[in-house]
Design a protein around this ligand. Structure first.
Ligand SMILES: Cc1cc2nc3c(=O)[nH]c(=O)nc-3n(C[C@H](O)[C@H](O)[C@H](O)COP(=O)(O)O)c2cc1C
Length: 271
């Protein structure tokens, strides 16, 4: 059990852990002490007790990496003010033109590291990751995706012409000739699994952007994978849920952020 108790030499009985724990594993003892009890071993390791404790008194083991703090942790708006965040988000584009240059392993590791801090339902963190950098392998997956999407009469009309054009400009059309593709998949078949994967990919894409990299979500693979086991097999992934995005140095820059239509929001007058 990773939370193993409380260091009473440090604990000031503030009871913040009791209020914070989503599962109510911290108990208020009559002798003015708090203790941790997880009879069923169902603590989901969210670590909120560790994060909240003003005295750093929560005892834990085997929890993954170490805790981390920094100046401004209690005022995150000073770390990334809305104005900077707004520009960053508005200017983030799906990149479909890449330099051939490979991304150093250390940089890819930074992206994957951020992806593993994405929230997941019940903090299950059940997702698995595959990075493919072998062009031949990516070409085989790309071919299998195109074959699957254009074989299906319902999808042929939508995809055939598009891929015929793309084939003229790209060796690996589905992946825009990017040097790497990151796949995220899960063997857990739950309604929230696709949400988890989507959030993880979004974290990865934003991390990549902050490192000067470009990315593009490749839903084509996801759609083809639903139809064809070959796509999954070639990518070395299993299960019913997956997502993929390309990553590399962009060979393009943008001069302005495109407009987006505004959707009405029920319950809040925006105009
Ligand atoms: C779930 C999802 C799947 C996508 N699939 C593809 C894809 O298969 N191929 C592609 O070139 N772009 C894909 N995109 C990129 C979208 O086309 C792109 O986000 C949209 O046109 C807006 O452009 P922007 O991301 O530059 O703002 C996908 C985006 C999302 C969110």
């Amino acid at each position: 059990m990773p939370i193993i108790g409380i260091n009473y030499e440090k604990c000031n009985s503030c009871r913040m852990c009791i209020k914070e724990c989503p599962r109510r594993f911290f108990i208020d003892e009559s002798n003015n002490r708090v203790f941790f009890e997880d009879v069923d071993n169902t603590c989901n390791l969210c670590g909120h007790c560790i994060a909240i404790c003003p005295e750093d008194a929560i005892l834990y083991e085997g929890f993954g990496d170490d805790t981390f703090t920094f100046e401004g942790i209690d005022k995150l708006e000073t770390v990334v003010p809305y104005e900077s965040f707004y520009k960053f988000i508005r200017a983030t584009r799906s990149i479909r033109h890449y330099k051939r240059r490979e991304v150093p392993k250390e940089t890819l590791k930074k992206v994957l590291d951020i992806m593993q801090y994405a929230p997941t339902a019940n903090n299950l963190q059940y997702e698995k990751y595959v990075v493919i950098s072998d062009r031949e392998k990516l070409k085989n997956i790309s071919d299998a995706v195109i074959e699957t999407l254009t074989r299906n009469p319902g999808m042929k009309a939508q995809y055939e012409e598009n891929f015929n054009i793309r084939k003229k400009y790209f060796e690996v059309p589905v992946f825009h000739d990017a040097p790497h593709v990151i796949f995220v998949y899960s063997l857990l078949d739950m309604p929230v699994t696709d949400h988890n994967i989507g959030i993880i990919i979004t974290y990865g894409r934003l991390a990549a952007q902050s490192l000067g990299l470009g990315t593009c979500w490749i839903g084509w693979v996801q759609i083809a994978a639903l139809e064809s086991k070959k796509v999954m097999k070639l990518a070395g992934i299993r299960g019913k849920h997956m997502g993929a995005f390309t990553i590399g140095y962009p060979n393009i820059t943008y001069k302005r952020c495109p407009p987006r239509s505004r959707k009405p929001v029920k319950g809040l007058k925006l105009e």
